[in-house]
Design a protein around this ligand. Structure first.
Ligand code: ZN
Length: 136
């Protein structure tokens, strides 16, 4: 799938949009350079992310990325989510990463060539990182 098509499809996804009332962790993130904002809600059970949603405003990339991030980490335990996160960071830095661990996220590899867009893309992932640090 084309990179731009993927962004368009995922930016319109409604599945993960909204407030999660029984969330265990709520974390806010902002990307000042673009005006993107998200509030991330995660629910954990036995160390596993069992549900997640987000509210927010921002550009198509930031919204699409939040949907893709949630699709990637729901059902994973904390260590698996951190491992995905590590690979996402490596991908945007242009370092070697484990493609098989990133699923749909690896389709956005080209983002590394657009420095202004990387912050939009990373907002949801950085917010996830903060949320995981809160979760004991
Ligand atoms: Zn943005």
């Amino acid at each position: 799938m084309m990179y731009s098509e993927l962004i368009m499809d995922y930016s319109k996804l409604k599945k993960y949009k909204g407030k999660l009332k029984d969330a265990d962790v709520v974390e806010e993130g902002k990307n000042l350079s673009c005006g993107d904002e998200i509030t991330l809600y995660l629910k954990f059970e036995n160390g596993k992310i069992v549900d997640g949603k987000f509210e927010g405003i921002g550009c198509a990339i930031s919204q699409a990325s939040a949907n893709i991030m949630l699709e990637s980490v729901i059902g994973k335990d904390k260590d698996e989510a951190l491992d995905i996160l590590k690979n996402v960071y490596a991908m945007v830095k242009g370092e070697d990463f484990e493609k098989e661990k990133l699923g749909i996220v690896k389709e956005l590899e080209d983002i590394r060539n657009y420095p202004m867009r990387i912050k939009c893309f990373l907002l949801s992932w950085k917010t996830l990182e903060l949320a995981l640090k809160k979760q004991v």
